[in-house]
Every structure is written in structure tokens, then in C-alpha cells.
Design a protein around this ligand. Structure first.
Ligand SMILES: Cc1cc2nc3c(=O)[nH]c(=O)nc-3n(C[C@H](O)[C@H](O)[C@H](O)COP(=O)(O)OP(=O)(O)OC[C@H]3O[C@@H](n4cnc5c(N)ncnc54)[C@H](O)[C@@H]3O)c2cc1C
Length: 485
């Protein structure tokens, strides 16, 4: 079978499996259950005392006054109570925590920024590795590199690099952890120009599940390096990430907002704009539904010459947005103005990847918008430019075709609202499924083996082989799991 035929076969098989309703787990049933408390853990107190004596960081037990704060994660839909939280200060703390979990046969979770859509950073009853005390970022402006400890947040990395007029692709939300973000791919405002975050990773320090501290890079453990650039937290516990950074000064950035009953027309214009844009331009669109007049917000960030940026957005301006905040500002300001939620919130967000925003997709989106409950929205993230010029086989991250990631999202404050949101997210996802050719692992709010295969396409088989080598017992399974068998 030729390469492209094989690729299509893998995608079709994954889609076929995905499309049979019963085959997909993690649907509404799982969502209705989430939020239940797990059992109170009975971990041997003496063993915990010994662990405390061995780690440089902190061992936070269920009795500690800050236990509840320490177990808080961004998605409040998940209320998980680990048996113990090990707040690591070094890679040797990670080694001790891994040993402890193995000896006590406890489940393990790894938390960096705590923004997993499925609450994977915490676990019920097990050992939660917590990197929130490891947030140092060192920049070598001469070498154009930045090294972030595994607990660093997007804003830590952005602020440290900005001091030198430098930046690398980081997320749109300042409180996302760079570790979870980069290991799953990493999409942000500079990606069309400089690639996804994983494309900018030069090396990482990794503690393997058998307790070795290794460097993963093109030169050292290249297979592991291939796997962690997109394969998520499946292959080892990462303690530091070294990035390529680039000169980024001021950008032309802001939002154009349309309140309109002409949504299909506006989406067509957005698709044309994306197609004609240069690598310097990044944009995404958010549709906030309403029965009468949906609100479309197009966020742009142009990191090249501002005049060129203004020319590119001129067609969007002729569509007469009700508000237009696009202006020249620092890259840091653009990152902070993203409008993302900063406080934890109960939500369900998932996604599918579409190669184009054609008539069927637009009509599916317009229909979904008409039936959306309050608190729901659609986010359209175009992928292309530098991201699409990397070969699929280059590393685990496989979304290399130009196209649109469609994020389907809803937040709630009560069980009644939750039921409506979950129904809408799932019915919109199902409506788009026949058009989908992939999914982005970091923004999946549901899971199944079929979905994980869909994310990795032709890279999936190699990932399974590497999982067998690096984590044969599937110790690292609180993630979009690549199973070793
Ligand atoms: C509000 C919000 C905004 C977002 N914006 C963007 C965006 O602009 N672009 C984008 O691409 N994504 C975005 N995401 C998705 C985000 O990239 C993923 O949720 C990512 O996994 C979050 O990483 P984290 O470290 O914050 O999460 P955590 O919950 O701490 O970690 C998530 C998972 O990553 C793995 N992991 C984390 N740290 C390590 C480590 N040190 N070693 C090994 N494995 C580890 C583990 O499997 C863990 O369960 C957003 C998510 C939210 C909630």
C-alpha cells in the first residue's frame, strides 16, 4: 500500500469506528458521572512519612490544610481526590514519587498547568505528581533558546522571552501549562510563522517510568523525542523543556466582532481570509450562538509589518464589524487580551479537524448555533503555514494538513445547565463527524481508542511500539492513552 493510500486507509478506518455511535466511550454517560468523589485513600501513614523524608519538595496528604487548593484543576467538572499529592522540586522527587506509586500499586497522574479538558492532571485515590512549584524559565538570548521547568505556565514563558524581544509559539490562555500544551502539540498565535510548540522543542529532560533521568533530543534518545512531540504524557514524566525562540516585537492584534443573521456569509469570508493570509497572520473565530443574531468574533494577530497586516484584514473590515479593536501592541499584550477564561470553570470542550470550511461544514455550524443553550460556543482554529510544512512522519503530532480545528465548547453552573450543554456539545460533534479528518489531542473532552487513533493517523502504530518500550505497564495512563498492546 502506498503512503498516501495507507494514510487514507488509517483515517477511514478510524472515522468508520468513530462513526458507529456505540463504539465511542466517554460520551454523555461519562459526563453525567463526572464530579463524583472517589474513595478516601488508605495509604500507609508510615510510608507517607518516609516519602516526605526523601523528597525535596512537599508531600501533601488529604489532611493537609492546603490539600483542597492543591487538588484544584481548571475543569471543575472533575472533582478528584488523590491519595497524596507530591509537589516536586526536582527530577529526583519525580523518581521517588514513581517508586512510591509502584510499590503501593497506586494510580499516577501528572499535573503541570492543570488545564486538561478531562481532568487528567489529578486522580482519585492515587499519587498526583504536581509541578506547580517548578516554574523557572531561563532564556539564552544569544543562542535563541528558552528552558522552562515543567510547571511553567504560558505566561511564565511569554514574560521571560519577551524581556529579550523574543517569543515562541505558546497557548492563547496564560494559565495553561507549557508541558501539557507542548507534549500534545501546542497551537498559538505564532504557529503559522514558527510552527506548533512541539515544532520548536529542542530538547526535554525526561524521567522514564523505570526511574532514569534522560535527555530527549534529535541527538539523544531520538525515538523518545519523536514520541513526546505530540504523543502527550504517555512516554515519561518531563521535568524541563527547551525551546527555540524567535524575535517577536510588536504585533497587529485584536478582534473584529459581528452581530449578524448573515453567519454563513461571514464564515465564507473568514475561510477566504484564512486562505489568502500569509504565515505572519494567525486568526481564529468564535461563534457565540443566539437564535436571532449569532455573534462572530474574529481574533487576528499579525507578527509581520503592520501595513501588510492591515491590508490582509481589509476584506474583513469591509464586512462592517460592530466593533474593531485591532491595533499595534506588544506581543505580551496581545497574549493577555485573548479573552480566555482565567478562573476554573465546569466545562465540556471537544474538537474535530476538518480539511476545509465548505458548504456542508458551514451549514452544520449554522444549524448547531440555532439550537445552542446559553454558555456554549464554537471556536474555529485554522491550521496551516509552517505547521503544515512539517512532514507527518517527522514527529508524533499529526495535524499537518491545512484545515480547521473546530472546538465545540460549553460551560455550566448547575446540573440542569450541564445536561443541556453536554447534549449540545455531543450532538454538534456528531453532526460534524462525517466531515472530520482528524482531531487535536489537547482539546479532546472525550476519549476512546478510536479518537486517539484519529488524532495520530499514520503515526499511531509507531507510538504503540514506543509505548511498549518506554511504558510497557501503562503506568502513565491518565492521558489520551496510547495503549502498549
Ligand atoms: C482555558 C484553556 C485554554 C486552552 N488554550 C489552548 C491553546 O490556545 N492552544 C492549545 O494548543 N491548547 C489549548 N488548551 C488545551 C491545552 O493545551 C491542554 O489542555 C493541555 O494538556 C494543558 O496542559 P496543562 O499542563 O495545563 O494541563 P495538565 O492538566 O496539568 O496536564 C495535562 C496532561 O498533560 C500531561 N502532562 C502534563 N505535564 C506533564 C509532564 N511534566 N510530564 C509528562 N506529562 C505531562 C499529562 O498527561 C497530563 O494529564 C487550552 C485549554 C484550556 C482549559
Amino acid at each position: 500500500m502506498g503512503l498516501s493510500t495507507r494514510r487514507d486507509f488509517v483515517r477511514q478506518a478510524a472515522m468508520a469506528a468513530l462513526c458507529c455511535g456505540g463504539a465511542v466511550r466517554g460520551g454523555s454517560e461519562a459526563w453525567m458521572r463526572s464530579g463524583e468523589h472517589g474513595p478516601r485513600a488508605s495509604i500507609d501513614a508510615d510510608a507517607l512519612r518516609k516519602l516526605s523524608g526523601k523528597v525535596q519538595g512537599r508531600v501533601i496528604t488529604q489532611e493537609a490544610p492546603d490539600y483542597d487548593a492543591a487538588r484544584t484543576i481548571f475543569n471543575k467538572a472533575f472533582d478528584l481526590r488523590p491519595g497524596v499529592i507530591v509537589r516536586c522540586a526536582s527530577s529526583s522527587d519525580v523518581q521517588r514519587a514513581l517508586e512510591f506509586a509502584e510499590t503501593a500499586s497506586l494510580e499516577l497522574s501528572v499535573r503541570a498547568g492543570g488545564h486538561s479538558r478531562l481532568g487528567y492532571g489529578m486522580c482519585d485515590g492515587g499519587v498526583a505528581l504536581d509541578f506547580s512549584a517548578m516554574r523557572r524559565v531561563d532564556v539564552d538570548a544569544g543562542k535563541r533558546t528558552g528552558r522552562a521547568q515543567a510547571g511553567s505556565l504560558v505566561r511564565d514563558l511569554d514574560e521571560a522571552t519577551a524581556r529579550y524581544g523574543l517569543a515562541t509559539t505558546s497557548g492563547g490562555c496564560p494559565t495553561v501549562g507549557v508541558a501539557g500544551f507542548t507534549l500534545g502539540g501546542g497551537e498559538g498565535r505564532l504557529m503559522n510563522k514558527y510552527g506548533a510548540a512541539c515544532d520548536n522543542l529542542r530538547s526535554a529532560e525526561v524521567v522514564t517510568v523505570d526511574g532514569r533521568v534522560v535527555v530527549a533530543s534529535e541527538e539523544s534518545n531520538p525515538d523518545l523525542f519523536w514520541a513526546i512531540r505530540g504523543g502527550g504524557g504517555n512516554f515519561g514524566v518531563v521535568t524541563a523543556l527547551e525551546y527555540r525562540v524567535h524575535p517577536v516585537g510588536e504585533v497587529l492584534s485584536g478582534a473584529l466582532v459581528y452581530e449578524s443573521d448573515r453567519l454563513p456569509e461571514l464564515l465564507q469570508a473568514f475561510a477566504r481570509f484564512v486562505e489568502s493570509a500569509s504565515d505572519e497572520m494567525n486568526a481564529f473565530a468564535q461563534i457565540v450562538p443566539s437564535r436571532e443574531r449569532a455573534r462572530l468574533q474574529i481574533d487576528v494577530c499579525h507578527c509581520g509589518e503592520p501595513g501588510e497586516g492591515r491590508e490582509l484584514i481589509a476584506p474583513l473590515r469591509t464586512l462592517k464589524p460592530q466593533s474593531d479593536s485591532v491595533r499595534v501592541m506588544s506581543y505580551l499584550e496581545a497574549q493577555a487580551a485573548g479573552g480566555f477564561l482565567l478562573k476554573p470553570v465546569a466545562h465540556y470542550q471537544t474538537n474535530l479537524f476538518l480539511r476545509d470550511l465548505g458548504g456542508s461544514a458551514i451549514s452544520a455550524l449554522a444549524t448547531a448555533v440555532q439550537h445552542a443553550p446559553a454558555g456554549c460556543k464554537l471556536i474555529l482554529v485554522p491550521l496551516g503555514g509552517a505547521v503544515s510544512r512539517v512532514k507527518v512522519s517527522e514527529m508524533a503530532f499529526a495535524l499537518r494538513q491545512p484545515g480547521f480545528e473546530i472546538d465545540i465548547a460549553g460551560v455550566w453552573n448547575s446540573p440542569e445547565e450541564k445536561a443541556d450543554v453536554v447534549r449540545w456539545v455531543e450532538s454538534t460533534r456528531d453532526r460534524l463527524r462525517p466531515l472530520a479528518q482528524g482531531a487535536y489531542v489537547n482539546q479532546l473532552g472525550d476519549t476512546s481508542d478510536q479518537l486517539v487513533r484519529l488524532c495520530y493517523g499514520e503515526n499511531y502504530a509507531r507510538l504503540v511500539e514506543l509505548k511498549k518500550r518506554y511504558d510497557p505497564k501503562n503506568v502513565l495512563r491518565r492521558n489520551q492513552n496510547i495503549k502498549p498492546a
